[in-house]
Write a new protein. Sequence first.
Length: 614
Amino acid sequence: MRRLGTLWLALAAQVAAPATAEGQFEELVVRQLKFSGNHAIDSEAMQSFIATTNSSFFATSPVVRWMGLGAKRTFNERNFETDVERLKLLYRKSGYLEVEIDTVVRRTEKNIYLTFIITEGPPVVVEEVAILGLDSIPHADRVTRDLPLRVGDPFNRFLMQATEDTVARRLQDRGYPQAEVYMSFRVEHLGRTATVGLDVFPGPISTVGPIRVEGTDRLPSSLVRSLLTTSQGDGYSRENLFRSQRNLYRSDLFRYVAVGIDTVDYDFDSDTVPISVRVIEGRFHRVRGGVGYGTDDCIRLGAGWTARDFLGHGRIFDLSGRLSKIGVAPPFTGLSDNLCQQLAFDPATGEGDPFSQELNYNLTASLRQPAFFSPKNTAAVSVFAERRSSPNVFLREDFGTSLSLARITASLIGLDLIYRWENGFTEASDVNFCAYFNACTREDIDELRQRQNLATISLRGTIPRVNHPINPTRGWIAKLESTLSSSIIGSSPLQEFVRFIGDVSWYRPIRRGHILSWRLRGGVLFAPRITLESGANAFVPPDQRFYAGGPNDVRGYRRNELGPVVYVVDSASVVDSNGMLDPAALQNARVEAVGGHMPAVGDVEGGGPVFLPH
């Protein structure tokens, strides 16, 4: 172990200060850098650990390199020789003490091709992980669950260090800011086994002491305090400090935030922990803009303005707008014959997309109040007006407002209460009204084309019980949502409904690096039956129906196409000269999802490390 530590220091010095002298192959360009025989460590990790790098795929063209898309990497013989020792060190610290590494070098006049041939050998296996000092800790099993290094694993020094850090961090999250972990190990080279010991000294359980705020200029320090998720007298938790830091960043008022222990005033003999909050205020005004192109939008423009600390108290005011179908809709025309032919419309014959003759737009003004009566609450109000359309399907025009209140509890349960009111109308062809809404008579269609009020109140809840918010490996997440649309809160009779939906995901480790997850999603939608000329129908606005299919649930279907759909075609293109339906013509049909009233979706997935062939 002493010789290995000396080798590590020597190699670290060479990594930090690589040799500048060029070898005899200094002008050769590295065209290939491969690894063969490696299974315990992937090629990407090894490539990041060595000094020799491969040239870019685009490096063969000087023009492409001038554009910044490629780079030549020349060969340095001294670095290459040292890379062999670097890789041996990486393997030995990963538990493979008998590793052997050879190289194959192939040269041409200007290029060089390199291959590292690795014989890993058997690893040293962890025989025991002993953790001492947790007897006085409540629920100590939660501190030691799913540690990075476990019995039966290769004796990986990196994972051993990660295990030490993990135990200390979990104790600090549970009120022990002075928790320290000391690591020891013993290796039996003949038996290829290792024993790891962790001695834990948790220290006293502590509470939060005085909180000092630094860096405020235009904003009052009381605003910063109102955004913290911890206060004086609360139980200490390092995780709560991170949440406070995220809360301050999420307010969009600061460009730098640091929340941690105030080491200047911290008395290690005390059971209270002073907290220091350092911030740098961000810009109080921001203007943004963009331009783009889409097959359904032609040219589109977007712009916005954000004012931070609007009228004080940390409020965020945002004004945004968007225009699309520029180039085909008056007053900006001229592109329907070339760039945006799919949106062309001939008024004389009625052929083409009739909804391309009006600009699509959206104008939204919103005001957000962080720390609304509590640092756990965020309130927002917005007003909007928009016109949107889908080619050959529908045009929707409405205006309205929304009010929302979001809250994250101490146990990370998220609650959202949203009220939304809008007034608008839908324009579509008679065929689409019949296909989408089951309204097939002139009287029904005319009634649905009238302006209607849609008012909804929604309650959403999220309950996360996972070990990691981004890449969970254990636990579950439940999401529940209920929505009510009723004349009592402002809806028109044709817009009334009640909707419930639930989504639950579970995560379980089945072996090291392999996760099994499964998900269930279901819902139900109730609507009163409205008597129309074409019969009694339960009418629900299309944007409130359920949809399935796509990358987030059932990948075998395109987005929203698992369920009822309609095919939008030019009637002349699906009928042959005899007036019969031509099935081959349906291949060019446009598929539009109709949505349903009762979804049920389930999926099971397994995940694990991916080993690419070398």
